[in-house]
Design a protein around this ligand. Sequence first.
Ligand code: CDP
Length: 225
Amino acid sequence: MKHQNKNYQIALDGPAGSGKSTIAKLLARKLGFTYVDSGAMYRATTLYLIENNLLDKSDKMISSHLKKIKINLKERKQCQIVILNNKDVTREIRTSIINRNVSNVSSKKEIREEMVKRQKKIGENGSIVMDGRDIGTAVFPNADLKIYLTASVYIRAIRRKKDLKDLSEKVSIKELIKQIQRRDDIDSSREISPLSKSQDSIVIDSSNLTIKEVLEQIVSFMPSQ
Ligand code: CDP
């Protein structure tokens, strides 16, 4: 199998709530690869900007803070833990306030350049599954396998509602559909590396598929041993 000789890279892109993180995590575990949730890096950056009252500040001011934003992704008890400057922010970065602000933050050129640089560096260390919006286009344009995972906006809203319920937040499906559509719009229309299907990616619509079925499909696209 190709990944026995060199680092094997799987890029998993798609819109908000399409199930990328769940699938990427399980896929990485199944294959023994490193899993990187690139969205968690943009979420942690958003949290930092909120906590330091920098959200509305100039790009120049924000850029001067980038080096101070230390993000570590760690595996603990089969979960990915997100550490922002030595603090565990795994739960905090999934809350509504971050959901509402992260797309604006991630559309900033300086932030994208810095995060993409960090993501490419992580990719040098071994075989990897990375999920996000621009992994197959900007981070690993030569990835061995590129998947574009999508689902209907209604299904994605239902999934997001469950995530928020786990965090004890109540938001209606109607409101979630609005938030998801807004985020899709910003993510797809931004100037730098917008969310888009690269020509060489395989599209999987997970609306009517179980997690197991999505995983099976992805594995079936990998070269056999
Ligand atoms: O889990 P969900 O799909 O809702 O979002 P996420 O993967 O955690 O990403 C949160 C946000 O970060 C996205 O809406 C994008 O604005 C941004 N993002 C990005 O711009 N590029 C990436 N590679 C990953 C996330």
